[in-house]
Design a binder for this molecule. Structure first.
Ligand code: UN1
Length: 512
């Protein structure tokens, strides 16, 4: 606790401005300079960044193509050691990174601390997996007189387009995976969190990644992202963000008469939690509060809909309202704050519009109150819960602290699962039940990537709970899972005739 207080003090003592420019060897950015606002007060006092323009995109791709094969030919262990060194440095400098996450992204202190830990976990996990998978070719048993080996290699230039909601963890997760697999990388941060992306790229450069192997291109997605994804030199894209943007990227890549690119997309969700009457109401409420409102609900894993069995519904709804009255919504730099601001004015508007519609069409269960710190110009939105008749009321994912509650009858579990599958998304699902058959029924019928039983449904642990969805929620493979790096890699099979007649063996004999 004392350690945490000391850390909070160190974080809040960090003052001054952060500035960023594109990092492309041999060229400079001359797109617009963009001031960075703090979501907690909407003042332009965090810093600024210079955005990239089309000429810079072209230069970055030329650099990336030229640099990739040397990086790919390094032993995987050398690439891994650089990533591990970066993880150590990140932890050594964590107060500065936490301060950036609080100021630029509006993260609460506990969220920012978790963000640093997750970023370091990704760096170390992909380093470990790179050594394991890329360290040596796999020997494949075959007929005598033949040697068969499978080599993994980088694909080429990988573009990593990352989200503002995990501006360090997902940014470094994508980038380190692409680098570990032997690709050169062009990192395009979310516009809202360009400064954090810059700091992360600098960290990797200082740890030993060459400047032309990892380049940084901040700017408008419609300019920088679009120029990157239509270019034939791009071998792959790792993207986390909305389903709509993933479609646009997929179309841009497909329209090129170029090598067929790999797309790894991690997108939205319409995540549910199902509670039956055997569950403990206290535990349901504790876990749904964390799942729906932590990080101001700005996680793709967040719970959006609680399906609660009718026998316990009144009790759970009453307790939920009570718990929401206790939420502290305010200054993300205070340790006591539960919910900080949402990312920007656009996000706030979408949430306000949704709430206005729900106020008319649904029954409000509760609305948290704002602390005085949250009543100024910051983009704060009070967490809300509504009771709705069915999922049809929700057209699409609403990215923020709004929970919807639906009652279900004892015999309706199959209908509940059909409704959840019917959204077309398939990311996280929470289950609260103490009946094994119910849990097994849900597990085997729900088409979701991550199912959590009798706990909250956020905060997947790298290497332990591989994370990612299916259908509208993403392509897979799962981040922080054993197969993730493979999708960033190409495979080459080498077959050698080792009999005397075939040449190699006899050449050796002649040599002797
Ligand atoms: C996202 O919100 O874009 O499990 C994905 C979790 C996080 C989710 C990250 N790993 O809550």
């Amino acid at each position: 606790d004392n350690e945490l207080r000391a850390l909070a003090e160190a974080v809040n003592a960090k003052s001054g401005q952060w500035n960023a420019t594109p990092l492309v060897p041999g060229a400079q950015g001359n797109g617009p300079t963009v001031p960075v606002t703090n979501p907690a007060d909407r003042r332009d006092n965090v810093g600024s960044y210079v955005s990239a323009d089309a000429a810079l995109v072209d230069k970055a791709l030329a650099n990336g193509v030229a640099a990739q094969s040397n990086w790919d030919r390094l032993p995987a262990a050398s690439r891994a050691a650089i990533l591990e060194h970066a993880a150590d440095q990140l932890e050594a400098r964590r107060a500065e990174f936490i301060a950036l996450c609080v100021r630029e992204a509006g993260k609460s202190l506990p969220d920012a601390i978790a963000e640093i830990r997750e970023a370091a976990d990704f760096l170390r996990y992909y380093a470990t997996m790179a050594r394991r998978l890329f360290g040596h070719p796999e020997q494949l048993p075959g007929p005598t007189g033949e040697s068969n080996q499978l080599f993994l290699n980088g694909r080429g230039v990988f573009v990593c387009i990352s989200p503002w909601n995990f501006p360090l963890a997902i940014f470094l997760g994508q980038v380190s995976a692409a680098l570990a697999a032997g690709n050169s990388v062009i990192a395009k941060p979310a516009e809202q969190t360009s400064l954090i992306g810059y700091a992360a790229v600098k960290l990797l450069h200082e740890a030993g990644v060459p400047a032309d192997v990892l380049q940084y291109l901040p700017g408008d997605g419609a300019v920088v992202g679009a120029a990157l994804t239509k270019d034939p030199r791009v071998a792959g894209v790792a993207f986390t963000g909305s389903t709509e943007t993933a479609w646009a990227i997929n179309r841009a890549l497909a329209a090129r008469n170029a090598p067929i690119a790999a797309l790894i997309a991690e997108t939205g969700g319409q995540n549910a939690m199902i509670a039956d009457s055997s569950a403990l109401p206290e535990q349901i409420v504790k876990d749904v509060i964390a799942s729906a409102f932590q990080s101001a609900g700005q996680r793709c894993s967040a719970a959006r809909v609680l399906f609660v069995q009718e026998d316990i519904a009144d009790k759970v709804i009453g307790m939920l309202a009570g718990a929401m009255a206790e939420l502290k919504v305010g200054d993300p730099g205070q340790l006591s704050t539960d919910v900080g601001p949402v990312i920007d004015e656009d996000a706030l508007k979408i949430l306000n519009d949704h709430a206005a519609r729900m106020d008319k069409e649904a029954k409000k269960i509760a609305e948290a109150k704002l602390e005085p710190a949250a009543t100024g110009n910051g983009t704060f939105f009070a967490p809300r819960a509504y009771e709705i008749p069915s999922l049809d009321v929700l057209k699409r994912e609403v990215f923020g602290p709004v929970l919807h509650v639906i009652r279900w009858k004892g015999s309706d579990l199959p209908k509940v699962i059909d409704a959840i599958n019917g959204t077309g998304y398939g990311l996280t699902l929470g289950v609260h039940s103490r009946i094994d058959d119910t849990v097994e029924y849900i597990r085997s019928h729900a088409r979701v990537g991550n199912c959590y039983v009798n706990r909250n449904q956020i905060g997947a642990v790298v290497g332990v709970q591989p994370f990612g969805g299916e259908s509208l929620s993403g392509t897979g493979p799962k981040a922080g899972g054993p197969h993730y790096l493979l999708r960033f890699a190409g495979e080459r099979t080498l077959t050698i005739n080792t009999t005397a007649a075939g040449g190699n063996a006899s050449l050796l004999t002649i040599g002797e």
